[in-house]
Each structure stands twice: as C-alpha cells, then as structure tokens.
Ligand binder design. Structure first.
Ligand code: SAH
Ligand code: TRP
Length: 320
C-alpha cells in the first residue's frame, strides 16, 4: 500500500494558461521553475546530485554528518518539517541523530512532486517504529500557511540551496512567512551555496554526462502535458551561464531554429537564438545572506561550513 499523501493545494495548477502565455511573450521569456519537477524531473535531480561536478549535495551532506549532534542538540525538535524535501537522503542524517535521544519523532516531507514524496518515504520507512512520517503535497510559495501548526518544537528544513532559486523579493517573502509561522521554540535550518570560483560553479550546472541538460529540457515535456502545447525539446539547447554581476547561475533553453507554439488561439513566435529562462541559482556571501535574514525577521543562532567554505548551513530563530 502506498503511504497516504495529503494534498493541500486548492487548485490543481496555480498558473493559468494565460499567465504562462504572457511569460512566453515577454522580452525575457521564462517558464516557472517548479515545472522542472515531475516524476522524471525529480529522478533526474537525484541523478544530478550524484554527479561529480555537482558539489552542493555532497558538501551539504558532509556538513550535516559532522554537525548533526550539535544541530539536534540546539534545536531539541520533536518534529522536522522539510520544504522541498526531494528524496530526504540528507535529512536522514538528522533524523537518525534525533532518534538516538527521542522516543518518538515526526517527519513531515513537503514537496510539489509526488515522485519526491514517494522517494522520501522509501528512504525513511524502515528506519524505526519511533518515526512517524507524513507526506504533504503542496506549493511552498502558495500553500505554506495551510501547513498544520503543532505545539511541538519544530525544526523547519530548507536544504539544497533551494532558496537560491528565488529572486531577492521572493526569498525575503518566503523566509518572512516561515519566520511568522515559527514559535519561540522553533528553528529553521537553511542550506546555502556560497560565492566561489566561477568555473567550479559553472561545471556544477553543465555536467559532462548531460543530466542537467535532460533535466532542463524536460520542463518542456512537463508544460506540453500540463497545457497541451507543442514544444519540441530537441529544438532547444541547454545553457547554464554564470552572471558575475548578480552572482547567479542562469539556466536557459535556447531555440535552435525559428518556431511557433500554438496557444490560446494564437501562435507564439520563438526565433532562433531566443532564450527562455527556466531557473536561477544564486550564490551568496555571508554578508548578503545575513542581510536577507535581517529583512525576514530571522536571527542567526549558529552557522556550519565545510572547510573550503563552499557551502553553509544556517540555524535560525524567529525574532518575535
Ligand atoms: N531538498 C532536496 C531537494 C532539492 S531540489 C535536496 O537538498 O537535495 C528542490 C525540491 O523542491 C524538489 O524536490 C522539488 O520537487 C521541490 N519543489 C520545487 N518547487 C517547489 C514548490 N513550488 N513547492 C514545493 N516544492 C517544490
Ligand atoms: N537548488 C538547486 C540548485 O540551485 C536546484 C538545481 C540543481 C538546479 N541543479 C540544477 C536547478 C540544475 C536548475 C538546473 O543548485
């Protein structure tokens, strides 16, 4: 029997065809990032995280392995709530640490992808009878306030540098929402990729086996299915370039030829060389991220880094 999944989104799809249509007609065309994560996309992301070039996952894992006792000791959480959990492989480290000292623990996996929720359950189901696993399907931008509150101490988790996929305004709005939801005894553990040599960063989004390329192009299959469109993924090229002024990776699909996409009784023209933005991935300095914490009502309790300072975990409290 599959584990039950609680769906908390009110509408099946919060983006209307009209909104997508407008995004594709703007000067900078774009497709919302969340469409990267259907079943195949979630599987491909898992494969990306195992590539040699993608240092983020293994670095975050290393920091967690080293500091799990300290993190769980400070937070004293009876419940872990992870937003955009993916497969929960890294979170398992914290769960195992918490179970050493607790008779029961709740883990809530929150993700937009059913595949991710099922991977997460498979990863954790046999750990311990003391662990209660809950799967919640929703959008962490739109549905956060619908997540049930608890009287238990809760550790919010937002790992994998997913915050870097938001622009500054959205990042602050998102963290402010969490901070408002947090009780005095709650903590937030946030994983953030840091500014470093740009060749190392670029390589992480241009793996030589082309998994990131497949992941990027798959977004077109997802919106084709979702909105009944006629994008041809093979007519596009994967581009991930580093914008040094903004300290961010920008991932695009670049058209190889002129093409027309039928939509809402019109044909959207995409010209050869046009680039559709599918994702940004921001890289932060300590100073920059601290500025965001301040604007979001968060107080830094402790930070944890790897020895090269490639990546940081921040343990935060709400300032209320
Ligand atoms: N935390 C994991 C996965 C990171 S990938 C790790 O560190 O490896 C980002 C995850 O967020 C994916 O599992 C994806 O399905 C999920 N996600 C992306 N957009 C989302 C949204 N709007 N709402 C909820 N989950 C989302
Ligand atoms: N949060 C991840 C990151 O910014 C998401 C991600 C990993 C990603 N690989 C990607 C996004 C490739 C787009 C393309 O690193």
């Amino acid at each position: 029997m599959p584990h039950p999944i609680k769906e908390i989104s009110e509408t099946e799809n919060s983006l209307s065809l009209k909104e997508l249509n407008l995004m594709l007609k703007k000067k900078q065309k774009s497709i919302p990032t969340k469409f990267l994560y259907d079943d195949l996309g979630s599987k491909l992301f898992e494969d990306i995280s195992n590539t040699q070039e993608y240092y983020l996952t293994r670095t975050e894992k290393k920091i967690l392995n080293k500091n799990a006792p300290s993190i769980m000791n400070i937070s004293r959480a009876k419940e872990l709530l992870e937003l955009g959990s993916g497969s929960s492989k890294k979170t398992k480290i914290l769960i195992l640490q918490a179970l050493k000292e607790k008779n029961n623990l709740t883990y809530v996996s929150f993700d937009i992808s059913t595949k991710a929720l099922n991977m997460s359950y498979d990863e954790l189901k046999n750990i311990s009878p003391k662990l209660d696993i809950k799967l919640v399907k929703g959008d962490f931008i739109n549905d956060l306030e619908k997540v049930e509150n608890t009287i238990n101490s809760r550790l919010y988790l937002f790992l994998g540098s997913t915050l870097g996929n938001f622009n500054n305004e959205t990042a602050i709005k998102f963290l402010t929402n969490i901070s408002k939801k947090m009780k005095k005894i709650d903590f937030l553990l946030l994983g953030i990729d840091k500014v470093k040599n740009k060749e190392i960063i670029k390589a992480a989004y241009n793996d030589k086996d082309g998994i990131t390329e497949k992941f990027n192009k798959n977004i077109l299959n997802v919106i084709n299915n979702e909105y009944n469109l006629n994008f041809q993924p093979n007519n596009f090229q994967h581009i991930a370039e580093y914008n040094e002024d903004k300290n961010q990776i920008e991932m695009y699909l670049k058209a190889n030829s002129d093409q027309k996409i039928s939509m809402l009784n019109e044909e959207i023209e995409i010209n050869s060389g046009d680039k559709i933005l599918t994702e940004i991935s921001r890289k932060f300095s300590d100073l920059g991220i601290n500025e965001i914490f301040k604007k979001s009502g968060l107080l830094l309790e402790k930070s944890f880094n790897d020895e090269k300072n490639y990546y940081s975990l921040y343990l935060l409290k709400s300032n209320k």
